[in-house]
Design a protein around this ligand. Structure first.
Ligand code: FAD
Ligand code: NAD
Length: 476
């Protein structure tokens, strides 16, 4: 069998791999992409975890469930009577699936229009930058490339105390596909997925208990933001048990018995469904052929440098399968960088300005350093905080919980971190990301005109508060 020759072969068509392929093709490189994603019904689909079972379906359900919850609890305050609000979960799930189908189909069209050749099947990296592609029926094709980009992503971590059975004990994908609202939902892990999916099912009526091993909620988040988040989640009825170690989960009679320990005390819980979301691990299963000495670290990540080069010449790796936060946009930026570097262009990823967003209500978003990180690093900083309670737009939206906090260098006023909990924080953070990308100071934000009345005025006021010049707050 003769090899099909390409300049670039990308393995994996998630948010890291497909942008890499598109940019490589835009750069005039003869490019192929190989993907083995299978939906639960056996159909192939592009877009990886993000589009099929992650970012996109979760945000669709977060939106639907938030609307349902607000219709039930908030409309009356606006003077709108809707009688009893009915829930049609089948329609809600169909809408979600429709969005997934449209977006994943769109990727096929984008690849095609950019001239990328797509192969459906399992890719394996062989010697000499050859990639074998094995289709569902065992048929094999052989590709050879000047450059291979590994973008195989990640999979959920399974707990031996609570193994997935796909019915009662499920991973995040399973929890996105429930066809009815569980009366009692258990969630192991109060991380990003636990809080987002816990919120979805809580809003739709489930009693939700989250068991979190750590003693702190969201330790990576600014402490004031995390405290406010804990307060809001408790108000919403999300029961979060910190310091909980799950010892056993057993599915029986359509439910799950969960045993766990808190401070050495044994506790138990019975739920209808249990979601295990305790993190994800890099996916390199059956990826590397015999004799290919690709360096993998002790946690299973493909080892790369700042430019995503592996130890093998012409072999690159990007996205969840390499170090750094497991975020779709981080993988995308790496993919685009690698494709530009391959084409001989200048490119880099500014990892110091990588935004994070948790799509709960209120949303939580941040970029740069936290107070704790700056203090630990011995950096002198000043801070400004502004509450959405004093923001007219937030009041009008009936979403005035939360705050914006800006941290700036004491020495030269450069922005070092921005932390937001509040309405559409995930959108508001973009201004902070742009400002930090351009090494802006808090004064730069202070001197930037913000439209009135907008939520972004809270960012403006927080910047003013850094120098105790906020207009709509008492400066302390
Ligand atoms: P993936 O998206 O996992 O794609 C890898 C692709 O490679 C898959 O299609 C896989 O089938 C294929 N593949 C693997 N091995 C092979 C092989 N040997 N041959 C061929 N193909 C192969 N991130 C955010 O930034 N924002 C969010 O809101 C967000 N929400 C999320 C919600 C959930 C429920 C989950 C689970 C994740 C979420 N994430 C979010 C994380 C995000 O989905 C990942 O960071 C992102 O998908 C990683 O992209 P990737 O391209 O590296 O890998
Ligand atoms: P995570 O790391 O965010 O949270 C996992 C949580 O589980 C942590 O709080 C951890 O302390 C806890 N935990 C670990 N082992 C445990 C155990 N045995 N018992 C109880 N708790 C335990 O991971 P995740 O929520 O599974 O998400 C996976 C990845 O997907 C993350 O890297 C996340 O960034 C990404 N993601 C991002 C978004 C977003 O950007 N909005 C949304 C969903 C997922």
């Amino acid at each position: 069998m003769s090899d099909l020759e390409f300049d670039v072969v990308v393995i994996g068509a998630g948010p890291a791999g497909y942008p890499a392929a598109i940019r490589a093709a835009q750069n005039g490189l003869h490019t192929a992409i190989v993907d083995n994603w299978r939906n639960r019904d056996g159909t192939a689909s592009l877009g990886g975890t993000c589009l099929n079972a992650g970012c996109i379906p979760s945000k669709a359900l977060l939106e639907s469930s938030e609307l349902y919850h607000r219709a039930e609890t908030e409309f009356a305050k606006h003077g709108i009577g809707v009688g009893s609000v009915a829930l049609d979960i089948e329609t809600m799930q169909a809408r979600k699936q429709g969005i997934v189908k449209q977006l994943t189909g769109g990727i096929g069209a984008l690849l095609k229009s950019n001239g990328v050749t797509a192969f459906e099947g399992h890719g394996r990296l062989l010697d000499g930058r050859r990639v074998s592609v094995t289709g569902e029926r065992g048929d094999t094709q052989s590709l050879v490339a000047k450059h291979v980009v590994i973008a195989t992503g990640s999979v959920p971590i399974e707990l031996s105390a609570a193994p997935f059975d796909g019915e009662a004990i499920v991973d995040s994908w399973g929890a996105l596909d429930f066809d009815s609202v569980p009366e009692r939902l258990g969630v192991i892990g109060a991380g990003v997925i636990g809080l987002e999916l816990g919120s979805v099912w809580r809003r739709l009526g489930a009693d939700v208990v989250l068991l979190e091993a750590l003693d702190t909620l969201l330790p990576m988040v600014d402490a004031q933001v995390s405290k406010e988040a804990a307060r809001q989640f408790a108000r919403q009825g999300l029961a979060i048990r910190l310091g909980a170690r799950v010892t056993q989960a057993t599915a029986r009679d359509g439910g799950v018995d969960v045993s766990y320990e808190v401070n050495g005390e044994r506790e138990s819980l019975t739920v209808d469904k249990l979601v295990v979301c305790v993190g994800r691990r890099p996916l390199t299963a059956d990826l590397i052929g015999e004799g290919v000495a690709l360096a993998i670290d002790e946690r299973g990540f493909v080892v790369v440098d700042e430019q995503c080069k592996t130890n093998l010449p012409g072999v690159w790796a990007i996205g969840d399968v390499v170090r750094g936060p497991m975020l779709a946009h981080k993988g995308t930026e790496e993919g685009v960088m690698v494709a530009d570097l391959i084409a001989g262009k200048y490119a880099e990823v500014n990892y110091g300005v990588m935004p994070s967003v948790i799509y709960t209500a209120p949303e939580i978003a941040w970029v740069g350093k936290t107070e704790a990180e700056l203090t630990a690093a011995g950096v002198d900083f000043k801070s400004g905080t502004f509450s959405f309670g004093a923001n007219g737009r937030a009041k009008g939206m009936e979403q005035a919980d939360g705050l914006v906090k800006l941290l700036a260098s004491d020495e030269d006023d450069e922005l070092l971190g921005v932390h937001i909990i509040g309405p559409v924080a995930g959108e508001l953070i973009a201004e902070a990301v742009l400002a930090m990308e351009f090494s802006a100071s808090s004064e730069d934000l202070q001197r930037t005109v913000h439209a009135h009345p907008t939520l972004s005025e809270a960012v403006h006021e927080a910047a003013l508060a850094v120098d105790k010049r906020a207009i709509h707050a008492i400066n302390r």
